[in-house]
Design a protein. Sequence first.
Length: 181
Amino acid sequence: MDRKALTRSSSKHALGGLLAAAIVMSSMLAAAQEAAKPTPREPEGFFGTVSRWWNQTWNQTTDNWNSGVSGVRQRFETLGKEAGVAARTTVDNAKSAADAVARLPNARVVRGHEKCRVAPNGAPDCVAAAIALCKSKGFDGGGSSTDMTTAEVCPPQVYLSGRSSGEGCHTETFVSSAYCQ
């Protein structure tokens, strides 16, 4: 080897060594700086207490919020499932009711106006009125009220005096439609 080549080779080795040394030194310097970082201290006294209280309250609030949102999501999913079951049950019940009505060829709803008697306790007794309404329409079986009307009935003197209620007025209840068999 000639002298020029030897110088070039040794300068390359020296440059590589210097570069390696620089890398090692910079990593040692970074490690030293990391180790020298002071650990954050919690403040003491009033501000330390407020800071700890704030952090604890904030963490509890976010935890409560997250669990509340999760609970609402689960309730909506459950509600959707229950609504589907309820809809299927309602449809099945409606079909059953329609089948039951179809099996009763002589049953139907009739309209009329039959006054309910007053029971001993003062309430209207509309069972007898529904049966009477059904009999007046030609049915021999029983009947049950499906719609009632209530009216306040007053003597003519009350109406002539310009009032719509007062002494001598009373309430009357009528069966206006009934399910007859």
